[in-house]
Design a protein around this ligand. Structure first.
Ligand code: ZN
Length: 684
């Protein structure tokens, strides 16, 4: 629930494949400005590289710690594939077998189409698009798929015991090629059984109603410190009985988790301090017992670990992949603190009480005391599982509301990821949707800082603010499929409201209110127009962040009645132009009050109205126009990353140093990961 992904669609420069392939492996000493961020471009995707700024400033023990956590992170990779869809691991092993052993013509157009398909699947950790969650349909036909499979080494194919290649082709062909088979990973459409219509692998043999009834009985709504029910298991019905297959040592996903634990145990031996050691030990305990009480204990220890330079998120974290919002996807982010940039975010965190006290939300929905908000800017060392190749730019954890309230939370922004996005971002797209030269100028001067400040505030004071009234239940229980979009809206609205507050000048994080204005411009442009470029014609908004952005922009537009936001047409093109920033700030404040009220009181009907009325529908004519305007730039709407590679330097079998290299071939890294971390069997 607390993941922030790229706020705006940054424009990017199209790079031909030939140019991209010349990037080569770059040594770690390379300066940021000479670092080649672009690595690959295919379909709607762009693959970038990021640099671990400051790695060389770590001491040997901290580097060693990074290395063990890096190995632990990657060891869990197979889990996300299996969680996303139950046949994903077999599909991936098929792709790997073909790429490494196909004897036919690898120069043919058909084979190139196959490679593009394979890269798309690798990018999405499965056969469903990482963002839209729709099945990726290959541009080659079924015939060619069987040619590829028969032309490859049968020993490398993921055959089941007793299965021959012919049977296997019969099985895998519809899985890959049939557009109607398991067409969608996560369906959130109201009035449909969300489990029957979603292909994710968190449930087996159960209807939505059965699962809801199961948790209705199980969850004690009066418990002030509830566990995160269902977070670390698959729920199945076997012989008429509902049971949880828990992801732990000795349970489901044993092979991956055993490896994670063994690397974490090494990490404990080089922990920076007692708090970090304690947290790592508790994470190991959680993986061994699978007890969600242990997970809470771990999280409480993890939020206390604030003085370490190295930090890690490793576990079953976000529930976006489950249409019912119980089960979490595996992810890991290993990071080091960016000392300089952390000062900005700390300045905001230090004022958390001011922001809560001065918020436009109703007094009874405010936190009397905002506890332990810890904020920092980090540099990613490696990302894995659900956090890669596509990555968040901000993280705010843990997700359990009562832990956040009683023990605080950690909030981070990933500075080197943002830098990489900025480095490949262009200004042409921004220009296309700006109505005035002032707006263009503002974007040019301030959009980088504006975006960072928005993220800071979204994470540090946005998700951390407000409280749910006693006895109401969590947003997931009360607001159901609208909970994520409303929570994201709340965090965005807090950020937007304070983007125009002179307090930011006073605490020295912003030089001029023009920065806030640039953010308002960008938010309205994106929410009303630009983000539609991510959808195909005829589609509606489904993803939580997109819904929230559309809802906020459209609600504000309607509310302003032409006083703050004006719809303009110039040369047949549509623009949304802000005419009164102060008034718009008031309007954001008003909506924030309402969204917080919906969450605090669990007002499902009002929450549903906000999202369905403003955050779902797409105006077809406007959509056509946006796509046409967007297309001229030939951009990739989605971006992800190749991970740096950490290499241990051994002396007498003892690790004495760690070196970093920056691979530039996406496919090569994917194949390497498959070989090095492919711990799970075809089926779990
Ligand atoms: Zn968020």
């Amino acid at each position: 629930m607390k993941k922030l992904i790229l706020t705006l669609l940054t424009a990017s420069i199209l790079v031909g494949a030939a140019q991209a392939q010349t990037a080569g492996n770059k040594p770690a000493t390379e300066k940021q400005e000479n670092f080649e961020h672009l690595a690959d471009r295919f379909a709607d995707l762009q693959v970038l590289r990021y640099k671990i700024d400051g790695f060389e400033t770590l001491n040997p023990k901290q580097k060693e710690l990074c290395y063990y956590l890096y190995q632990a992170a990657l060891s869990g990779r197979d889990m996300i594939w299996d969680q996303n869809y139950k046949h994903n691991l077999r599909v991936r092993k098929t792709l790997e077998a073909i790429i490494s052993s196909y004897k036919g013509d690898k120069k043919s157009d058909q084979y190139q189409l196959f490679l593009t398909y394979a890269k798309r699947v690798f990018f999405s950790n499965g056969i469903h698009h990482h963002y839209s969650s729709k099945k990726i349909i290959p541009n080659f036909n079924e015939q060619f798929l069987s040619t590829l499979i028969y032309g490859s080494n049968a020993k490398l194919l993921p055959l089941q015991p007793g299965e021959n290649v012919k049977d296997f082709v019969g099985f895998i062909t519809p899985v890959i090629c049939d557009p109607n088979k398991d067409a969608k990973k996560i369906n959130l459409a109201a009035n449909e059984d969300l489990l029957q219509t979603s292909a994710m692998n968190f449930y087996e043999g159960l209807s939505q109603a059965e699962v809801e009834a199961y948790y209705e009985k199980k969850i004690d709504k009066k418990d002030p410190t509830p566990i995160s029910y269902g977070l670390n298991s698959k729920l199945v019905k076997e012989n008429g009985e509902i049971k949880e297959k828990v992801w732990k040592v000795g349970g489901m996903y044993n092979n991956s988790i055993v490896k994670i634990v063994s690397w974490l145990e090494k990490a404990v031996t080089v922990a920076e301090n007692e708090n970090q050691k304690d947290a790592l030990k508790k994470l190991i305990t959680f993986y061994k017992t699978g007890s969600l009480k242990d997970f809470d204990t771990y999280n409480i220890a993890w939020v206390k670990d604030i003085d370490s330079r190295v930090d890690v998120v490793n576990g079953f974290i976000e529930v976006y992949g489950d249409p019912l919002g119980y089960r979490a996807s595996y992810e890991s982010v290993v990071s080091i603190k960016d000392m300089e940039a952390s000062q900005r975010i700390e300045a905001i965190g230090n004022e958390a009480q001011y922001f809560e006290d001065n918020s436009p939300i109703l007094p009874e929905h405010k936190k009397k005391e905002v506890t332990g908000i810890s904020a920092k800017v980090i540099t990613a060392v490696v990302e894995a599982g659900d956090a890669a190749p596509s990555t968040p730019i901000g993280i705010n954890l843990p997700n359990a509301n009562w832990i956040r309230k009683n023990h605080g939370s950690k909030s981070v922004q990933l500075s080197n990821i943002v830098s990489a996005y900025d480095a490949v971002g262009g200004s042409s797209l921004t220009k296309e949707f700006c109505f005035t030269d002032d707006e263009i100028q503002r974007a040019y001067l301030h959009s980088s800082l504006a975006g960072k400040l928005h993220t800071d505030m979204h994470e540090v004071i946005g998700h951390a603010s407000g409280q749910i009234l006693p006895g109401v239940g969590t947003p997931k229980e009360t607001l159901k499929n609208y909970a994520s979009a409303l929570e994201e809206a709340r965090a965005d609205l807090v950020a937007l409201y304070y983007m125009m507050d002179p307090k930011l000048l006073e605490i020295g994080v912003m030089p001029d209110l023009e920065v806030g204005m640039a953010e308002y411009d960008a938010y309205i442009r994106n929410g009303m127009l630009v983000q539609l470029s991510r959808l195909e014609l005829g589609e509606q908004l489904e993803e939580a962040h997109m819904r929230n952005r559309a809802m906020i922009a459209r609600w504000a537009f309607e509310r302003s009645k032409g006083q703050a936001i004006v719809r303009e047409t110039k040369y047949g093109k549509t623009y949304f132009h802000i005419t009164d920033y102060k008034l718009l700030r008031e309007i954001f404040g008003e909506l924030l009050r309402e969204v917080q009220r919906v969450i605090s009181t669990g007002d499902y009907k009002a929450g549903q109205m906000l999202i369905e009325e403003y955050g779902v529908k797409v105006d077809l004519e406007l959509h056509k126009e946006v796509i046409q305007r967007y297309r001229q730039f030939n951009l990739a709407p989605y971006k992800g990353f190749i991970q740096p590679k950490l290499i241990p330097v051994l002396k007498n079998n003892k690790l004495v140093d760690v070196q970093v290299t920056y691979p530039s071939d996406f496919l090569e890294q994917m194949l390497e990961y498959g070989k090095d971390y492919g711990y799970l069997p075809n089926y779990n």
